[in-house]
Design a protein around this ligand. Sequence first.
Ligand code: RNT
Ligand code: ZN
Length: 426
Amino acid sequence: MSSTSRPNITAAYRLARAAYAERGVDTESAIRRALAVPISLHCWQADDVRGLEAPRAGLDSGGIMATGSYPGRARNGDEMRADLDLVLKLLPGRQRLNLHAFYAETGGRPVDRDEIAPAHFAAWLDWARARRLGLDFNPTYFAHPRAASGFTLSSADRGVRRFWIDHGRACRRIAQHFSRRLGSPCVVNHWIPDGTKDQPADRFGPRARLVESLDAILDDARVSPRHCVDAVEGKLFGLGSEDYVVGSHEFYYAYAQSRRVLPCLDLGHYHPTESVADKVSALLPFHPRLLLHTSRPVRWDSDHVVILDDAVRALFAEIARGGVLDRVFVALDFFDASINRIAAYVVGARATRQAILLGLLDPARRLRAADAGGRGHERLALLEQAKAMPWGAVWDMLCLRAGAPPAESWLDEVARYEQKVLLRRA
Ligand code: RNT
Ligand code: ZN
């Protein structure tokens, strides 16, 4: 009998459940809670962050770029949605879909970013509603002639600024429309590529203008914070903005706190020796919630597919220990064009949910007792033992309960789809 057969998973789970119970951990509750956390699937892994506008040659992507040429890239909205349907089938638990503004579908008519409206996302909305998915949204402040200077919301050019402010405002109206239609608030994440490759003479001007532009975007009496949940995403550096990033972390933490919007923490956006896990307890006293982008930086902010690495595990362990799972929005942010893109989604989304599950399987009570009793050696031993626990059996049971394929048994379906659909796209 295969290791992924129902009786074998059930038998392995029974032993795992007992082993965890001995350590004071309730696997049943961990499974339930891990399944309930919504993970927002980024639509942009499906097409290598190209968007659905008519291609414009020679445009700067704002320093983000998918590398690789594996066959099967989705070329239009229908192909993206077909791919995402398969992805959803292979994932356990609740998901949402995270759209970027340049995935508007305008029926071949050019509609510039400052003029997009809910109608241009009707196909996405219908698709989401039929699948009972919530939608999240992102203004696309890059890959556009008006971003070519390297500055958007912080540009010294009033016309450029106006254009991007209007884009941000249009996006928030679209988000509110999604929220009303789907009955679920829409998280709108603002990330801009603004910055300079080398030392600028003026670091003050662009930041002052960014404050003004963001304020102008957020100041819209027609959009309610009940529907539109804004977040701002900083970074340390980008390709082409190595020396100076206008929207740095310090800038956005302060902006977010003073304007009551959320900071977005992307796992790829910090110095490699920094711990994003550590930032959760530093920010949550001041912010009601945080937006998280799970990603994997390999030597730099490379946006590799998320795997169950130490950074992701530490992040969700910290969140579980703090009891703040309901105060974070979880979203994926990676793009790899060098492997099967469906599998990229499945690996990254499953690894993220595995990290959530592992956080919930943490022997939190005993760890805390060891801490309080000054027994650092015991805490260390318990943390090491946690790595050796049979959590894979709990994960497989989680998959069975959710009607999703356990272990790596989803690979066959990806291979079939590649033969039948992806390879024909060439
Ligand atoms: C870029 C940011 C941002 C983008 C997406 C496409 O460094 O991480 O989140 O990846 O908006
Ligand atoms: Zn991000």
